[in-house]
Design a protein around this ligand. Structure first.
Ligand code: FAD
Length: 304
């Protein structure tokens, strides 16, 4: 594999390296918890800008997201970002969650509308006393605690519910106007889609970072089903790379690392200097891809 030329950004004094962040999901079982913490211990020395923890559909992981976040705060020096959605809760309940996070020391929330409680593809209904949109949620968080940094979502292929790109970017603009500092994209595999989206966003006068969300596909079949439901196109060339590997996890892993490293490398060559990794709570591929970006444990970075 070819060496990646790090993009120009001062991540550590004197170094020109990309900034990275990692996304985890809250574990369901003790075994998953042990495995997540092994992952966190392996990735923490890479000194990500932040690590985020998702919020299950319909708020189903409210307590588990909270306890994962507070454990990260108490046992590591990582900066956690808590995902939060508007689904199935009143404004008062959401404000209480934000208040609890604030009191625990959390200063970064990823604010989302969330999927319809009936599942993706069904009609979205707002809770009668709830926040109506993700932009309302951003505004609510900022009203409560102006010093909480808020990140939001962005959709290079537009959100499946968006009428068109204009409607999609209108929502992004509303979120930025409400105080969002950064957008993290839905997974995408075709970099051209991201660059076209970036052009549209910048043309609309939106200047916040639009951080590419990168997902190394540990299990191609499972991941394809999951991302397709969320509106991400899986190109044929990508599916072909995994053909015949259903019973060969070792080769699949190498292919997945090569594909994701290639994607990140091309983005970096075009000046993208910040990446968010959907880790699926696994360290190996993300660690390898970060290594290829020149990122080494505890600041021992490869000179640019
Ligand atoms: P928004 O940005 O609010 O909306 C996306 C687009 O959909 C808008 O541009 C708008 O055009 C359109 N739209 C929104 N509402 C309507 C409507 N009522 N009618 C017509 N069009 C509409 N989900 C979780 O449950 N938990 C998580 O932790 C989580 N984390 C995520 C992190 C990232 C980085 C991303 C990209 C997604 C995440 N999601 C998560 C998924 C997200 O909740 C869903 O995609 C959801 O359907 C939209 O929420 P949003 O805040 O992204 O959408």
């Amino acid at each position: 594999m070819t060496e990646i030329t790090p993009a120009p950004q001062d991540r550590h004094a004197g170094q020109k390296l990309p900034a990275i962040s990692f996304e985890f999901f809250p574990p369901k079982t003790e075994e998953m918890e042990r495995s997540l913490w092994e992952t966190i211990k392996r990735l923490a020395p890479l000194e990500p800008s932040f690590v985020s923890v998702t919020y299950g559909a319909g708020g189903s992981t409210r307590e588990r997201t909270h306890s994962t976040i507070t454990r990260i705060l108490s046992e590591t020096s990582l900066l956690p970002a808590a995902h939060l959605t508007c689904v199935g809760a009143s404004r008062g309940e959401i404000d209480d969650i934000v208040g609890r996070y604030y009191d625990a020391g959390v200063r970064h929330i990823v604010a989302l509308r969330g999927d319809p409680s009936g599942g993706i593809g069904t009609a979205y209904t707002t809770h009668p006393d709830g926040y109506r949109t993700s932009a309302d949620l951003v505004a609510g968080i900022k009203r409560q605690h102006g010093d909480i940094e808020v990140s939001v979502s962005a959709y290079p292929e537009k959100h499946p519910e968006s009428r068109d790109f204009d409607a999609d970017i209108d929502m992004l603009k509303a979120k930025v106007d409400a105080g969002a500092a950064r957008a993290i994209t839905q997974v995408f595999f075709d970099n051209d889609l991201y660059f076209r989206y970036l052009d549209r966003v910048r043309a609309r006068g939106i200047e916040i970072p639009i951080v590419p969300g990168i997902m190394p596909m540990h299990n191609f079949k499972q991941a394809r089903a999951f991302v397709t439901r969320a509106g991400t196109t899986v190109p044929n060339w990508l599916a072909e790379k995994f053909e015949g590997l259903d019973d060969d996890p070792e080769t699949r892993k190498l292919v997945a690392a090569t594909v994701a490293a290639g994607q990140v490398q091309k983005l970096a060559k075009h000046g993208i200097d910040t990446f968010h990794f959907y880790t699926m709570n696994r360290a190996d591929l993300v660690f390898a891809i970060s290594h290829l970006l020149g990122i080494r444990p505890n600041g021992a970075q490869k000179a640019a």
